[in-house]
Design a protein around this ligand. Sequence first.
Ligand code: GLU
Ligand code: MG
Length: 657
Amino acid sequence: MGLLALGTPLDWENAKQRADQVRTLGIQQLLEIWNAYRGNERDILLWGDEIEYLVIAFDEETKNACLSLRQAEILEALAADGKLRAAGGGVPELQDVLQEKPEPLPTFHPEFGRFMLEATPGAPFSLAWKDLLSVEPNMKLRRTIAKQHMAANEVPITIPSFPRLGTKGVFTNPYYPPTGPQSRSQFIPDECINPHIRFPTLAANIRSRRGSKVAINMPVFYDDNTPKPFNDPTIDYDRHLYPEDDDVRNGAAKEGHIYMDAMGFGMGCCCLQITLQAKNITEARTLYDQLCPLGPIMLALTACAPVFKGFLADVDVRWNVISGAVDDRTEEERGIKPLENNRWKIPKSRYDSVSAYLSEDPRLRPEYNDLDLVVDEDIKKRLIDNGMDERLSTHFAHLFIRDPIVIFQETLEEAPEGKADHFENLQSTNWQHMRFKPPPPGGNIGWRVEFRSMEIQMTDFENAAFSIFIVLLTRVMLSYGLNFYIPISKVDENMTTAHYRNAVLANKFWFRKNLFPPAPISNRNSPSGSRAPTRPVTPVAVEDEYGLMTIDEIMNGTGEFVGLIPLINSYLDTVNVDVVTRCELAGYLALVSKRASGELQTGATWIREFVKAHPEYKKDSVVNERINYDLMKAVEKLGCDGYLEGLGEKLLGRRDE
Ligand code: GLU
Ligand code: MG
């Protein structure tokens, strides 16, 4: 998550005075990059994934599973211990992988939570088949290496949200009382935040800018014995430590909801992200737009977050928790008060779904960009005046309506040329579900896009399957010239739908009905009628281009709609893939397909069933320490073995099928 820089961070009162200066320098840096790299051609197609882990510390005496706060020590050990890494972590089945591709090995990075780690492959993957097949072994290697640098009672697990973060009991190791000047939370101690000064400053400045603590309310799942109405029993209405303690007395917590009041609840969540390098800027813009409508679909399909703050929720995914956790908009910007000190009413948080397409693709009909987009007109003009086209200028002028949250004093004293720090300050704190990434100055990296909505999965088989699915889908998109455009407001609606419990099976999503390009003119009147002519000469009304579909229909197809998995399969039929590779890829695609059809469960459903079947579960929505301990043990076992006798089958199927 963003760049680390060392220096003296400005508190909000001072940072806000320098916001314009940072934006101006940021745009200067963007223009420098634009001018240097806009003409880049033939960058190699490369891609990589990012996996975020929680570090769990088990207490076998009290049978409690806690978040370990030893991120810094673990990262130090990882950085120092090259020997163990070179030895392949002592895992026999990894020796082959390492021999074939001995260097570079995975790298580990800090994340917001002091209980989190992030890992990426040491070098990007190519599109070569052997690279696709090395994804899962590489992910396993990362898990093994991470584990070997932890204490005996610690394990890395991959689950989007820690079920008991912010509960009244003991949920961190070591224990700290739930308070602290940065977040001022009632539930999470500041010690949960990565102590690198950027992160506490981010939390504190978001709170200060907003003028209150963040307020996240996720609907509770009402079970037979859940008190109705549910009023979050963990809230202390009488605390008078900080002015923000008034928030709950002023109605910050909603009835029927689990209430969370700190950045850590959101940025303590884990995801699976894919970054793709395109051959040039045009292709990157196409990928950004075409992958955009897939964001909510893949969020629902990877749903794995049904428990927050010790309660079963009535949502299956993390997204809105993070969105609320970094929502730094003032009351004016949120439309609660008339505009007086702020420039705009802003409809969304900094972490939210994409609000505009950005390609110059002729297939992008103006009707698709149907949201009232807030842009900084001065910035837009400056970009256009300096040669950037209207659409891309609009994109960046939209991102730059935000304030820089963390400014290091020293960076304002340095020459901005040849760097991207001020640009990245805004860019990397706009956490939208796609990110368009210009090349960093001075390197040989091309234009990239990041696909950011997916939830981390409990096993590397699943993480590899969803990563490979996205990568193959981009190949099919580009080779067949597929068109996924729907109005962006429909992508927003889908994002809301993706949160619903079991949305993957129970809900329908807006999706484009015909993905294929129109046939060449000569074919249009051909009586023999190849299957190509699909669009009449007069373009269909935008409303007729899309309809509501289940994820099963989207992925597996119907009589009328081709389906993404069959499309990928027919693409694989046309390229040269050896039988073994084809078979392995089929295994990954089958997982995605079966998730969509309901033959296999999402992680969210699997976790719900685990909780509900636990002897200590009282049908009151409460996930207590013991249930959580057993759940974390099961998740650890799933993550290590990739399979859990009996229980794992509903989630993963059998690999040898
Ligand atoms: N952990 C965040 C999520 O679950 C993403 C942070 C990042 O951009 O690395 O979406
Ligand atoms: Mg991250």
